[in-house]
Design a binder for this molecule. Structure first.
Ligand code: SF4
Length: 463
């Protein structure tokens, strides 16, 4: 029980030997450690201090949850991580689904091992800015079941948080097991002091799955984790008509494959049909699906991702659905969800979350990237936010080599982001202190040399 760790022979819902109720709560009845726990001196868990130190280099922590298994949660976690990494962020993906770790396969990392250095356990890297940690890397045989009781699972989660050396991370995506089990309580308990941005909940549209999502939302509310939004996955099967097989069924259940004939017929009689996307509802969403549930429960709805065989293939092969443009149906849907999340984080970095909900909504609606991009119609843009308000929207030229931005036109707003008060005026020069040269969306910290001299602000630049 060194360092307050939960012993392996502890009861299933062990409250933790350092908790005030250790040895006394109902969950402790019959535990062989009951007497020791009840009498041992209590104090802060030193591991939580170690976790806080490790997590100090991680800017955003996101939990990915689902009420049920089989809804595509791990696929979403994997593709979210790929998408964030493609934006040049430093990303870590932590798989705490200890009994069913599927992340190594979905990232194409099966058979890889974890290495240890004097800094701790090293994640396995897909790319230089995307590292992965999972119990899947520690299993000698992937077919072997992990039959661990709660305390042992919790111990490993703690070790992942305490001992993995991630380095500087923009995002840590945590893929949790389905449901609301001990692992969920543990990860929240261990990370809470370090700040969790929130949870994304993945579901399918049918009622049977949504009932469990409601439980998941209620869990988040109880433990104080904000719900960043709900994703409706497998929202109808969509694929190009030409990728379907066409069968004629006989009375005894056998079938004849007519695909070749049908495709030939279409090519000859109506070739334009081959470009059509065919869609079909797989799950009954007559109850309104996840969007309705979100309205009822007062949580954001992030969007729908269709069931796309190409996305399933990308997950099987451990590839990003955004590369090679193969997932033409699901990739845009996932991209739009990631952009919504980005706007949320972006607002957060600008301290917008401290303002009222109404102000936040106005902010998001009045400063959408796409609107501004098409409105200004230039190749480089900068938006400046101070005290939650968009103070400047400017067209500029950006020199990556000298890390300098020249503003050539712009306006300022002193009240709301959409109220332009002062056109043109100053032409400030900005020195960029952090640059990500290949990204379409980059975050910079800069000093406004002319204007509010010496003040460090935040800017978002499209190049
Ligand atoms: S008595 Fe057993 S179940 Fe209770 S806190 Fe101690 S180890 Fe955990």
């Amino acid at each position: 029980m060194e360092n307050g760790e939960i012993p392996e022979n502890a009861n299933e819902h062990c409250p933790g030997p350092q908790s005030e109720s250790a040895g006394k709560s109902d969950a402790c009845q019959g535990c062989p450690n009951q007497e020791v726990c009840a009498t041992a001196p209590k104090g802060p868990d030193p591991d939580l201090v170690a976790i806080a130190e490790r997590m100090a280099t991680v800017k955003h922590k996101i939990l990915v949850l689902s009420g049920k298994g089989g809804v595509g949660k791990s696929t979403f976690s994997a593709q979210l991580s790929f998408a964030l990494a493609a934006k040049d962020f430093q990303v870590g993906l932590l798989d705490i689904d200890i009994c069913g770790p599927s992340i190594p396969k979905m990232l194409g990392l099966e058979g890889q091992d974890i290495h240890q250095s004097n800094l701790g356990w090293s994640p396995v890297y897909v790319e230089s800015n995307l590292g992965v940690m999972s119990i899947g890397f520690m299993l000698p045989n992937p077919d072997e079941a992990v039959i661990w009781r709660g305390p042992r699972k919790n111990g490993l989660i703690k070790q992942f948080l305490k001992d993995v050396y991630w380095g500087e991370l923009d995002f840590l995506v945590v893929d949790a097991p389905p449901g609301t089990s001990d692992e969920h309580i543990s990860i929240v308990q261990f990370l809470q002091a370090t700040g969790i941005d929130g949870a994304i909940i993945v579901t399918t549209p049918q009622q049977v799955s949504l009932i469990d999502v409601r439980k998941e939302v209620s869990f988040c509310k109880k433990v104080g984790v904000p719900v960043l939004g709900v994703v409706e996955n497998m929202s109808g099967l969509c694929q190009p008509l030409k990728d379907f097989r066409f069968l004629r069924m006989t009375e005894n259940g056998e079938h004849t494959d007519l695909t070749e004939k049908v495709i030939e017929y279409m090519k000859e009689k109506a070739p334009e049909m081959l470009d059509l996307i065919a869609a079909s509802e797989i799950f009954d969403s007559s109850g309104g699906g996840a969007a309705k549930m979100c309205t009822e429960m007062g949580v954001p709805f992030l969007g729908k991702v269709p069931l796309d065989p190409q996305l399933c293939k990308a997950a099987e092969e451990g590839k990003s659905c955004f590369s090679e443009q193969k997932c033409s149906i699901s990739a845009p849907a996932l991209k739009s969800i990631v952009e919504k999340l980005m706007a949320k984080y972006w607002c957060k970095e600008m301290s917008v979350e401290q303002s009222s909900d109404a102000h936040q909504d106005a902010f998001i609606h009045n400063c959408p990237f796409k609107f501004i991009e098409s409105w200004v119609g230039v190749n480089t843009l900068c938006m400046c936010f101070v005290d939650s308000l968009c103070k400047m929207i400017l067209c500029s030229y950006f020199d990556v080599k000298s890390f300098t931005i020249w503003f050539t036109a712009g306006y300022r707003s002193t009240a709301k982001p959409d109220q332009a008060l002062d056109h043109g005026g100053d032409i400030p020069v900005i020195t960029v202190t952090k640059v990500s040269s290949s990204s379409h969306l980059c975050f910079y910290s800069w000093n406004l040399i002319k204007g509010t001299a010496g003040t460090t602000n935040e800017a978002v630049v499209f190049v």
